[in-house]
Design a protein around this ligand. Structure first.
Ligand code: ADP
Length: 590
């Protein structure tokens, strides 16, 4: 019975396809002619041509002048009972002097071949359905399941706040939700309304999903999780029905957490443009309705994450929906150290690993990257056949994350190696001989898979929240130091500085257009950052004339710093030579 139920939708579809096929064939085939009509036309000598093929004959009637012609000229199909008899009749007709053009063939098409087109059609239909709807979802019956939410029905999370390191402020904000989920009565007694939705914003990999899971784990409630893109379907209305289904299930399991990752996929501003995405807007409307629909304290708390808060629809972020926003930022130095330690608990690390140093080296890394660094280190230890992870493993894995693996068999020519040595020492020396630069931690000229032939790692001693103009200028000078060294020593320039050029330009441009560090533009923003958490793309907001001026200023600034770097290196030529030779021999200096 159950089997019948599950295959019945398929049978219906197959039936529809066969019917469709029949209609099509009847449209393509010529109209039929009966035997009586055929005999009459034959006697009236109105037939031009007969093609006999198995049990059907295609009959072509000619235009006749006689007024008694009842059928129009054209092609007709005649069904025949006996091929032999019909053939006999036609042959005798020809012998009697008829001028009909007659052809007869026997083509025995096997049954299977005749139904092949139908089979093919059915197969194609299923492939299409599978690709468009069922992709990777596993399990049968998905074709008929368009509208059902595919939320991995609630899971119970084992992650708690103890696993989330560093994010103290974020955890504190979430603590309130946990306390509500554990004891909702305490809040309802006082008439306090707990936020329905909490929007977590921040760069990728900072642990937004992780934090949501930790809230569910800490409160020990079911965790419904879905990604925004999962809602958006091919057919209008499907996403909305998924939202309904998700909330229906969540309400049954309340108190619980509903987590929607990448909510910007459905929550984009409805801009009413022509050709807008109807499906997405309907889904969003349904989400808005659902969030309004349940009264404040019924125990369903919605957490959502996004990297692009600026693109969200204002209706979504108004009080009563996602009324609380928790920024989840990249971890600071102490945070990085804590995250490294949390993840190091899962591996066997030697006791003397100094996580503070590692955290300093991994400046700017997100939680996910730090987790990856620890894992890379463990993999490296296994590869080397060791049973314990050392600090060197961790340091190397930071470099792997920054610059890729070492290219063991890349052979640089002697001259190239010399150029790279001078280039890297150029950076290091310029950095070291200026006052406001981060100390150089490591210089290496071992090529990496990212394409870098060598690099100089500068490490700040602590967290830095503000940069002075001087520091930024020195940074630019440091970037130009590599090329400057090549010019001074070899009187020749190479392609090795392309990345430096990019970085230096970026800083110089930002100084002029965003940080107000020129006298001419004072404190006017010439550029606005549009994508704060995803690389920080900027868009110009000034006239074409100013744009030209900005370009000139950028060039001027970089040029000035380049000259400064050249001067520093020329003044310290002896040191430059010594250090470069040293690096050339050792390949890595720490
Ligand atoms: P996001 O959702 O912000 O893109 P995730 O929550 O998926 O990032 O984080 C990816 C991984 O990074 C997590 O599984 C976790 O291992 C690690 N991670 C991120 N932040 C932290 C943190 N604060 N403490 C511990 N681990 C973290």
């Amino acid at each position: 019975m159950k089997l019948l139920k599950s295959i019945s939708p398929y049978l219906v579809i197959v039936g529809i396809i066969v019917l469709f096929g029949l209609v099509i064939t009847s449209l393509i085939n010529p109209p039929e002619i009966t035997y009586t009509e055929f005999m009459r036309e034959l006697n009236a000598d109105n037939i031009e041509k007969v093609d006999l093929e198995d049990n059907t004959a295609t009959v072509v009637l000619k235009e006749s002048s006689s007024s008694d012609q009842e059928m129009k000229a054209g092609k007709y199909m005649l069904n025949i009972k006996s091929y032999e008899n019909f053939d006999q009749m036609m042959l005798s007709e020809l012998q009697n002097g008829s001028t009909i053009e007659y052809k007869a063939v026997v083509k025995k098409i096997p049954f299977i071949v005749s139904i092949l087109p139908y089979i093919l059609l059915v197969v194609l239909f299923f492939i299409f359905m599978y690709v468009m709807l069922g992709q990777g979802q596993g399990g049968g019956g998905k074709v008929m399941n368009f509208g059902k939410s595919r939320a991995r029905l609630y899971t119970t999370s084992k992650i708690t706040f103890a696993d989330v390191a560093g994010a103290e402020e974020e955890k504190e904000e979430m603590m309130e939700l946990v306390s509500f989920l554990k004891n909702p009565k305490r809040y309802s007694m006082l008439g306090a309304r707990i936020p329905k939705g909490v929007l977590m914003v921040g760069p990728p990999g900072t642990g937004k999903t992780y934090l949501a899971k930790a809230v569910a784990g800490e409160a020990n409630v079911p965790f419904f999780s879905m990604s925004g893109s999962e809602f958006v379907e091919m057919f209008v209305g499907m996403g909305a029905s998924k939202v309904r289904d998700l909330f229906k299930q969540a309400k049954e399991k309340a108190p619980c957490i509903v987590f929607i990752d990448e909510i910007d996929a459905i929550g984009k501003k409805r801009d009413g443009q022509v050709g807008g995405n109807d499906e997405r807007e309907q889904t969003l409307n349904q989400l808005l309705t659902e969030m309004d629909g349940f009264e404040g304290n019924n125990g369903v708390i919605i957490l959502a994450a996004t990297n692009r808060p600026e693109s969200l629809d204002p209706a979504l972020t108004r009080p009563g929906r996602f009324d609380r926003r928790v920024p989840v930022e990249l971890p600071d130095l102490a945070g990085r150290e804590a995250i490294l330690k949390v993840h190091a608990r899962k591996i066997k690390a030697s006791d003397d690993v100094d996580f503070h140093t590692i955290a300093r080296m991994a400046s700017g890394a997100s939680g996910a990257e730090l987790a990856n660094i620890v894992n890379e280190a463990a993999l490296r230890a296994v590869r080397d056949g060791r049973t314990i992870v050392t600090e060197a493993d961790l340091e190397e894995s930071i470099e792997v994350v920054i610059a890729g693996y070492q290219k063991k068999n890349a052979v640089l020519s002697d001259q190239e190696k010399k150029v790279v040595s001078y280039h890297e020492i150029g950076h290091a020396l310029v950095a070291a001989l200026q006052n406001h630069s981060a100390p150089v931690q490591k210089i290496t000229i071992i090529p990496r898979t990212s394409g870098a032939l060598g690099y100089t790692m500068q490490v700040e001693t602590g967290d830095k929240y503000l940069m002075t103009k001087k520091e930024l200028e020195n940074k630019i000078a440091t970037f130009t130091g590599g090329r400057a060294a090549e010019e001074i020593v070899f009187g020749e320039i190479t392609t090795g500085a392309s990345n430096d050029i990019e970085q230096a330009t970026k800083i110089a441009r930002a100084m002029i257009t965003r940080y107000g560090m020129t006298d001419e533009f004072d404190m006017v923003a010439m550029e606005t950052v549009t994508n704060q958490y995803l690389g920080g793309d900027a868009s110009l907001s000034c006239s074409a004339d100013t744009q030209k001026e900005i370009d000139e200023k950028v060039v001027e600034l970089v040029k000035r710093e380049h000259e400064k770097a050249k001067k520093i290196l020329t003044d310290n030529r002896k040191k430059l030579d010594e250090l470069a030779m040293f690096l050339y021999e050792k390949e890595t200096i720490t």
